[in-house]
Design a protein around this ligand. Sequence first.
Ligand SMILES: [Zn+2]
Length: 631
Amino acid sequence: MVAGGWARPAEAWIWPEHRDIAVDAIQGMPAADRAVLDSLWASLRTEAGPQLCPTLVSTGAAPQTEFGDWSAICLDFPSYPALGGDHSCSTAELRAVTENAEWGRKVAWVAEWSKKAMAASPDEGRRTDAWNRSHLAMQYVDPDYLTRAAGNNAHFLTPRKKVEERETLDGYVTRTLGRDEAVNATAIYVEYHALALRLAALWRAASPAERPDLARRTLLAEGIALHFLEDSFSAGHYAATWGSSAWQKGTHDLYCVEGLTSMTWSGELFAGYGDAHMTNRDRTQAGLVVRTSLAQLVGAATGTLAVSAAPISGAEKALEDVNFCKATSLPVMPVDPVARSAATATLQGSPVPSGSQDEIHPPRARADIGPFVGVVAGITAGPALGGFDTAGGWRFRTELEVGARVGYGLDGVLTTTMDGQIWAQASFVDDPAQLDASCTGCPGGVRSNSAIPRVPARSGLKLVFRMPYYVLPFDLILLAPVLLLADPEAAQHVVFAAAGGGLLTIQRPISTSWGTFQFMAGREVGMTLWGNGEPDQFIATPTGSTPQLVDFQQLELDFPVFEWVPPRAAATNLSLAAEFQLGFSVSLAPKAWLPQANEAPYSLGPSWFIYLRLRLDGRKYFGTSAEDWQN
Ligand SMILES: [Zn+2]
């Protein structure tokens, strides 16, 4: 239904992690260096918009204020790497969100709230839940949040070459900057850092009137550069260097949680975790390298780093203006040689990325995204009420099902737990006879003998459909195609929101260490056609007259309401889950007749079923992979 190409939101370190790395880097600087950054900040502030903090690093950017008290929030320089990339796509957008646009303050508030929720999570399940909520809250305050990251591979690293080719860092940087090379984190860092160094050199030589503008452009360029330098340290981003969006997303999520060993370009052992799982050690090792980058900026602003102070070239201006979320490759910019070797020196402390498809690379995982076929088996049990000549009481009902499915998964589209299942299922269902547990005042009394059951044993065909919805059940059937034609970005918003639990997010799967819990009424509906073909048979036992044979056909509609999915296995093209559902069904009044009395109509009335269901759901996503072990 919806193309899979855009399902790639993976922005690396979450907002507070990005900011914390930069805070560490600045706080560890020598006082003299820090003073230069402070003066750049002061220079910018003389003509900046109202949202900037008074100081380079400020607790106002990690707000402890109440929700809604936006004016108490400000944005400081460490917020630049957090906002540059995930919440803005160019220097102009980063300027707007830091200096003027109120939603920038809201993003800072949500970030701090997410940080606290994650810190308070007792286990990985709750952490995933906090991560999920953070995504949804970010999307709420910044509606372009998810589409921004989906556009290209900017936040990821280009794979290294084969070991035997002995690629140096300098060779790697040259390759990432190549004219036809897809936009990538290393190239963005090198080009924006070089731009920042050039602007800092110009700032040093500029008149007081020119300085605020140059200070702003310097800090905006370095802020964007640092975002992508910091991304390079997230295990998900140096591990998941290639592959389709489902594989890249799955591999990214796996290594962000599990961590991955590599080495730095300077040859030291390196290991780290990733997005939403940053440890103090991760922060320190990234912070040290960010500090190197900032020290070079100080060097350019004081003249100790001999970067050219010639006027900004057309190519450099083009970089300042590019939209790096949408660009497929960066504008080719002749990088100032001094700036280029400075950027390379910084990258020496960053991890070497994983090998490509043709080279040794870490095992990959696949997100539950894309088209699949599946098999299901289930058992449903609970009390049934009404119909079949009953006036009161209840009976016990069970149902067995086996079936096949075809569908499209969007389950792992944001984190590992979203409900983006879209599928159609055809099942064979088999119901043993239903015997009365009680039947107060029923004609003929309680039928607890299987010779004359209340409802006979029967089997039938069941069709089940499931899809997320935005406002009303199954509204995506109409909304998605209409929006895809009219406004593909809006379509993406709506589908993401639906997978995230709908407009009001009340159907969000809640992750715990016991699996996910979800209120999912309206996402799934089943239809069973009873007695289609050969009619089902009921024996009526009217008081005081002889029993009668009744033929009937019935339509049953099934509505699961709550679902619990214990931790599921989804690693490669195969995924296996057990699902427990609590729900109800209604069997409409059957079409019934007396076959031995000229098919005279007979009234059986509607009946109800309240159930608990256990279902096993095995899926095979299309495609092959080396990660599926075969023998
Ligand atoms: Zn990023």
